[in-house]
Design a protein. Structure first.
Length: 586
């Protein structure tokens, strides 16, 4: 009995499970055996794996459309079935593999890919919407950079053309190269407007192209680079030299000798009787190692002369350059404040020798190329340089330079510091009489010494600012230039004509603000007498007197032009000042 119950229960369970299976088979249709192995997948690289077994071609195209996110339409004639195993192929290769063996063709039109029989293709193309012509004018981006992007959007009926690529890329760095660019076609009858693209295609394609060009042809942002280049140099020289001049058998007093500053001994002819008694000389010449300047002591007694020269020299040189330049995103900029030295180079061939002039540039310069990011950071290629040099007596160039080349990332308005370019050159030179110069106490009398220390350090500070073209930025730049001009004029001597005219103009402004009109006019007359082209003073006098500064020039053409302007502006005919007949120029 114990064994039969579980058997009965199991039998009941089997009956119930069979019922469930039978009920489900009636409500859910099981897939046909032919579709059990159908599979179409795409990987991250956009390549497809296709495994199909007797699937209808229209269903295979639908599955391919879902995986590729492309619009595929098939005509009613696409009724074949397909079996295929394809690995790592592109979307276009998948279409070719599925359609070509079965006699079908495909072609793109707008956003759709059409699949049909070859004889149906012409009919479908003839029913396409009419094409239109549109001209797109570009303001900021060259046409040759846009063409590769929009060429892929054209339909089979699309036609594309554009202006030619410019022969000259930007402004040349030298006058000779710029003149060559003008000869090559930069000026003359060349277009003075932006480049353009001409497209002939369906309206839906033209709309897509217009949207892409609107996104690409935008006003680029600009970057203001403010650089400070500091170069400090310290030279220290210490020199000491002692010379003994001994002339045996010759009295300096009999030679009528003279001494220049106690450093050089200049003698006349030696008397004949001194030559008869014999002549001897000994010279150490250690003071010759001491540069000019410093302390010089000389003693001449009988036929012995001693000279001592000592020098301590300190040269502290500081050079500060502050170049500023504004450039467009992605474009190179260059500022140089220095000089160019020309020199000849000769190239000799078997038949002729050709000489050309080359130039060496020295001074302070900065080369950079900024790229503006979306997060407010600026990536820059930077090359600051501070150099000096020239030409040797043999007309060969030489150049001492300190430069850095780097690619950095800086936030808008922050300062980049490039420092640590330090050099310390120490030179110590001794010359002495052997053995005598080594004595502890009297050794300095028989030797000379020259110590030199040169320290150099260069610091570069670079601050980029993103400029959006607001008027405030332009006003800031103008104010900065005006401030430099005013400060430069303040350094002039106060009794110059221009400085006196400016002083009288300032006093006239003060009188005008306090209501003293007569005093203001008196100072304005003095300012104009000192500087007749002082335009600000003349405008202020016009404001106070309402007298226009004009003088008849006796030119019929000038009068005719004034009359035409007068009629255009509908000026009163009785205004004699406009006609220029009776005004005085005070």
């Amino acid at each position: 009995m114990i064994i039969k119950k579980p058997l009965t229960a199991c039998a009941a369970c089997l009956v119930i499970l069979a019922g469930v299976t039978w009920d489900q088979s009636r409500t859910v249709a099981a897939p046909p055996p032919s579709d059990l192995n159908n599979e179409l997948t795409v990987n991250d690289a956009g390549l497809f794996d296709v495994h199909l077994r007797e699937m209808s071609l229209s269903e295979a195209l639908r599955l391919l459309s879902l995986r590729a996110q492309r619009n595929i339409t098939a005509s009613e004639s696409v009724t074949a079935r397909v079996t295929a195993d394809l690995y790592q192929i592109t979307f276009e290769e998948a279409l070719e593999a599925l359609l070509t063996p079965r006699g079908y063709v495909w072609f793109p039109r707008g956003k759709f890919i059409h699949v049909c029989l070859p004889e149906e293709r012409d009919a479908l193309l003839n029913t396409a919407p009419p094409v239109e012509l549109r001209i797109f004018e570009l303001s900021y981006i060259p046409a040759f950079e846009v063409l590769p992007t929009i060429e892929k959007l054209l339909s089979p009926q699309g036609v594309l053309s554009s202006t030619a690529e410019p022969k000259v890329d930007g402004v040349a760095l030298t006058a000779e190269a710029f003149n060559e660019a003008l000869t090559a076609g930069l000026g003359g009858m060349s277009r003075a407007v932006g480049e353009f693209i001409v497209v002939r295609d369906h309206p839906i394609v033209l709309g897509e192209i217009a949207e892409i060009i609107a996104r690409l042809d935008v006003r680029p942002r600009q970057v203001l680079i403010e650089a400070v280049i500091l170069r400090a140099r310290l030279d220290e020289n210490n020199a000491l030299g002692i010379d003994f001049n001994t002339l045996a058998g010759v009295d300096f007093r009999t030679l009528s000798s003279t001494s220049v500053g106690g450093t050089n001994l200049v003698t006349r002819d030696v008397p004949a009787d001194s030559m008869d008694r014999g002549l001897g000389a000994a010279v150490t010449d250690f003071a010759g190692e001491v540069p000019p300047g410093g302390l010089s002591l000389g003693v001449i007694f009988n036929n012995v002369a001693m000279f001592i020269r000592a020098l301590e020299e300190v040269v502290d040189l500081t050079i500060v350059a502050n170049p500023k330049v504004l450039t467009v995103h992605g474009q190179p900029g260059r500022v140089i404040v220095g000089r160019e030295d020309g020199y000849l180079t000769t190239m000799v061939t078997e038949t002729v020798a050709v000489q050309t002039v080359e130039f060496i540039e020295t001074g302070t310069q900065i080369l950079f190329r900024p790229f503006i990011g979306k997060d407010g950071f600026i990536r820059m290629d930077i090359h600051p340089e501070d150099s000096s040099g020239g030409l040797t007596p043999e007309n060969l160039p030489y150049k001492d330079t300190t430069e850095v080349t780097t690619n950095v990332l800086v936030k808008d308005g922050h300062t980049l510091v490039i420092g640590g370019l330090f050099r310390d050159l120490i030179t110590s030179r001794n010359n002495q009489i052997p053995w005598l110069g080594n004595f502890p106490l009297v050794g300095p009398l028989f030797r000379g010494r020259n110590d030199s220390v040169v320290r150099e350090e260069v610091i570069v500070l670079i601050t980029p600012h993103i400029i959006d073209g607001d008027e405030a930025d332009e006003a800031w730049a103008l104010e900065e230039v005006e401030r430099w001009r005013v400060l430069a004029h303040r350094g002039l001597m106060p009794w110059g004509r221009e400085r006196l005219a400016q002083a009288h103009y300032r006093w006239a402004l003060e009188h005008h603000r306090t209501g003293r009109g007569e005093a203001a006019l008196w100072d304005l007359d003095l300012a104009l007498s000192l500087n007749p082209r002082f335009i600000e003073a003349d405008w202020l006098r016009h404001e106070l007197t309402q007298i226009v500064t004009r003088e008849p020039d006796g030119s019929a053409v000038h009068g005719l032009v004034r009359q035409l302007v007068e009629e255009e502006l509908a000026a009163p005919s009785g205004d004699s000042r406009i006609k220029g007949s009776s005004d005085e120029n005070p």
